[in-house]
Write a protein that binds this ligand. Structure first.
Ligand code: DGY
Length: 417
């Protein structure tokens, strides 16, 4: 059977009726940014079903505009922390209390096409909800003028060494309620975050619950507050797509001006994330200003967001060339020259399909075609070697963590079509 057919079958097996889970067992619910990539993959063969992926995700939106990272339509004993651990949340469906990188608007832009064939009816159907989602980030997740994050899970890059700076500054809650991890029952513990990291992830959840998931309090008073290049660049790109959508739909001057303001704020914030020492955009602790110490696979998303000075972009390209000489498969999630590099441990090294997708897109859009092609080809080689895994060892191309993974299938389909 062709890999394209296996990809379609993978998405069909992970379909739970109008929404798609990332993979059975390990992640049995609808995840926010997964669904955006999944929609792009399904759109290559079934546009109506792809659109349902978007609208089902929007069903979980909170009254304040947030779209949570996970929507719990059931209570699956195989997953921890599920709905009972997150407690009562204000959305229409039980959910987590944090969000995820807001790639949805850019996915909607791509799904609804360009030129005279664009689907303005579908754009109009979701515009207000997308606007409310972006507004939520700018109103509730901004600290010192920078869009921040309050939980490594919100960044989508759970145990990337970038977060150690913020995690080292916090203490595990002395009254942390006991719990049993389920992730390590599904996959080898060497692929996953450490126990200390999990205790801190759960400590942040306990804090969120203690303030009734008041999102401003979580941002201002919570135990963890960092700026994330992944959320930053993805939101900046999405704000630019939202602005194009607003103009196309003839939205009011107020709406257009609000989005223009967010973009101006985002452009200025890119410099906050720039580490001159590394020649990279990195995560930064908002309270102390400390920079992380490595080049990650979201550093090059400046091209995707079309931001950064020519000098900054040149240094990012130099870093990409250096890293390409150290690994067999681009693009590792953490710098192979940095201390905490581990080629198979989740966000400490593995290649992530959705990141290669966005980085390659940004590089291609800004004329860096050779690198864009390398980043696409390397992921395709890893898939051809190992199948549709969640992520891949950048030294060997072996699959890591979850199998039969939806966004890997979706990225393959998006590129093969
Ligand atoms: C997990 O459970 O590992 C997820 O990444 C949380 O979003």
């Amino acid at each position: 059977m062709s890999l394209t057919q296996i990809a379609i079958d993978t998405l069909a097996k992970n379909d739970r009726g109008g929404f798609t889970i990332p993979t059975a067992g390990l992640y049995p619910y609808q995840w926010n940014w997964d669904s955006a990539f999944i929609a792009l993959g399904i759109a290559t063969y079934d546009m109506d079903r792809a659109w349902a992926e978007v609208t089902s995700l929007l069903e979980g939106q909170w009254p304040d505009g947030m779209i949570p990272s996970i929507i719990f339509r059931s209570d699956d004993p195989d997953y921890f922390p599920g709905p009972s651990r997150w407690g009562k949340t204000p959305g229409p469906i039980p959910s987590t209390g944090v969000s995820q990188p807001p790639v949805l608007t850019t996915a909607v832009m791509q799904l609804t096409g360009t030129g005279s064939n664009r689907d303005t009816a579908r754009r109009a159907e979701v515009f207000d909800q997308l606007f409310a989602y972006h507004k939520w980030f700018h109103d509730n997740r901004t600290a010192k003028g920078i869009v921040a994050t309050v939980h490594p899970w919100e960044t989508g890059r759970d145990n990337c060494p970038e977060w150690n700076i913020g995690l080292d500054l916090m203490q595990v809650a002395p009254d942390l309620a006991p719990y049993t991890r389920m992730d390590n029952k599904h996959v080898d513990a060497s692929f996953r975050p450490t126990q200390e990291q999990y205790d801190k992830y759960l400590t942040i959840i306990q804090f969120g619950q203690s303030v009734g998931w008041d999102q401003r309090r979580l941002t201002e008073e919570g135990p963890f507050l960092m700026a994330d290049p992944n959320i930053h660049f993805i939101l900046l790109r999405a704000d630019k797509d939202l602005l194009a959508m607003a103009r196309d739909l003839g939205k009011s001057a107020d709406v257009v001006a609000a989005i223009e303001g967010w973009i101006a704020k985002g452009e200025a914030a890119s410099d906050f994330l720039w580490s001159e020492e590394l020649g990279a955009f990195t995560a930064r602790d908002i309270r102390t200003g400390a920079f992380s110490k490595g080049f990650s696979n979201c550093s090059p998303l400046c091209f995707y967001a079309d931001t950064g000075t020519p000098e900054q972009r040149a240094r990012i390209l130099e870093n990409l060339q250096r890293i390409a000489s150290k690994v067999d498969y681009m693009l590792p999630s953490w710098d192979p020259d940095a201390d905490e590099f581990e080629p198979q441990r989740y966000w400490c090294g593995p290649v992530w399909p959705q990141m290669n997708f966005m980085v390659a897109q940004g590089l291609a859009e800004t004329g860096e075609d050779t690198l864009a092609q390398l980043i696409r080809d390397d992921l395709c080689r890893a898939i051809e070697k190992s199948g549709f895994w969640e992520c891949f060892n950048p030294l060997t191309g072996e699959g890591c963590v979850g199998k039969n993974f939806s966004w890997t299938a979706a990225v393959w389909l998006s590129w093969q079509h």
